[in-house]
Design a protein around this ligand. Structure first.
Ligand code: NAP
Length: 272
C-alpha cells in the first residue's frame, strides 16, 4: 500500500524540494498544498495531487484534509512546513504583523495537525513532521518575532510528542539553520521601521542579511534528506538538525554567557 504524505508549504524551498524527491523516489501518494497552486503544477505533472490552501484559513485546511481522506481513507504523514519570517526590530513590527507571524508559523501548524490527528489516532499510526528552525533555540537582532514563533513550536511539539506516546503517532521536528530558499526574499522585502532610533540598526541588519556571502549556505539537500527520513523511515529521530550551524549553535548557546553572545551579534552588525 502506498504511504499517503501531505506536504503543506510545497510551492517553494524545502517543501517543494521534498515533494520532488518523494515523487522521484516513487511509491508514495503525495499531496501538496500552499497558496500558490500555479507553482505546484509541475509537481502535479509528476503525480502529486495539488490542494491549494492558506494555513491561516481553517476551512481551507480542513477541506484539503477531508479531500485526502475521501480519496485515500488514511493519511500516513504530514509535513507542516509552511512558514515565513516577519523580520524587523521587536518594537518596530506592527501588532498586525506580529499576529500574522504567529498565524502562519504557529496557528497554521496547529490547524494542520488538528486536521490530521483524529484520523492518525484512529488508524493508530502516522507522523507529524514540523519544520522548525535553529531559531527555535537561538534569537538575535531583527528576527525576534520569527524566533518567538519557532520557540513556540518547539514548546508545543515536545508536549505533543509525549501526549501521543503509545498511540502509534510520532512527532518529529526538523531544525535547519540558514539555507538558501525564497525565505529571505519574503522576509527581507517587508521589513518595516518607523522608529528613528532603530533606523541604523535596521539598515545594518538588512545590509548584513543582503550580503551574498550570508546566503552562501548549504542547498536544501541535507534538510530534504532529513525530511524524507522523518516522513518515511521505520525509526525516525525525534529531532533532525540539518545544517552545521543548526548542529553547532544550540550546543554553543548552552555554554556561552549572554554578554559574549550579545557582543558577537552586535559586532557582526557593526554596533560598538
Ligand atoms: N530557509 C531557511 O534558512 C530556513 C531555516 C530554518 C527554517 N526554515 C523554515 O522552513 C520552512 C520553509 O521555508 P523555506 O525556507 O522553504 O522558504 P520558502 O521557499 O519561502 O517557502 C515557504 C513555503 O511556505 C508556504 N506558505 C507561506 N505562507 C503560507 C500560508 N499562509 N499558507 C500556506 N502556505 C504558506 C509558501 O507557499 P505560498 O506562498 O505559495 O503559500 C512556501 O511554499 C518555514 O517554516 C521556515 O520557517 C527556513
Amino acid at each position: 500500500m502506498q504511504k499517503v504524505i501531505w506536504i503543506v508549504g510545497a510551492s517553494s524551498g524545502f517543501g517543494r524540494d521534498c515533494a520532488l524527491k518523494l515523487l522521484q523516489m516513487g511509491g508514495y501518494k503525495v499531496f501538496v498544498s500552499s497558496r500558490r497552486a500555479e507553482l505546484m503544477q509541475d509537481l502535479a505533472q509528476m503525480g502529486a495531487c495539488v490542494l491549494p490552501l492558506d494555513v491561516c484559513d481553517e476551512t481551507s485546511v480542513n477541506t484539503a484534509c477531508q479531500t485526502i481522506l475521501e480519496q485515500e481513507n488514511r493519511i500516513d504523514a504530514l509535513l507542516a512546513n509552511a512558514g515565513l519570517g516577519v523580520y524587523g526590530m521587536v518594537e518596530a513590527v506592527d501588532m498586525a504583523d506580529i499576529h500574522y507571524q504567529f498565524d502562519v508559523n504557529v496557528f497554521g501548524v496547529a490547524r494542520c495537525l488538528k486536521a490530521v490527528l483524529p484520523q492518525m489516532r484512529q488508524q493508530k499510526s502516522g507522523r507529524i513532521v514540523i519544520t522548525e528552525s535553529l531559531a527555535a533555540h537561538a534569537s538575535c537582532i531583527g528576527i525576534g518575532w520569527y524566533a518567538a514563533s519557532k520557540h513556540a513550536l518547539r514548546g508545543m511539539h515536545t508536549a505533543l510528542r509525549q501526549e501521543l506516546h503509545g498511540t502509534g503517532v510520532k512527532v518529529i521536528a526538523i531544525e535547519p539553520g540558514r539555507v538558501k530558499t525564497d525565505f529571505w526574499q519574503t522576509a527581507g522585502a517587508d521589513i518595516q521601521n518607523n522608529i528613528k532610533d532603530y533606523q541604523q540598526l535596521t539598515d545594518n541588519f538588512i545590509a548584513y542579511m543582503d550580503k551574498p556571502t550570508y546566503w552562501q549556505t548549504p542547498s536544501t539537500d541535507s534538510t530534504v534528506k532529513a525530511m524524507i527520513h522523518a516522513l518515511t523511515a521505520d525509526k525516525p529521530k525525534t529531532v533532525y538538525r540539518t545544517t552545521h550551524d543548526a548542529k553547532l549553535f544550540p550546543l554553543l548557546m548552552k555554554f556561552m554567557p549572554n554578554w559574549l553572545y550579545d557582543k558577537i551579534v552586535l559586532s557582526q552588525l557593526g554596533v560598538k
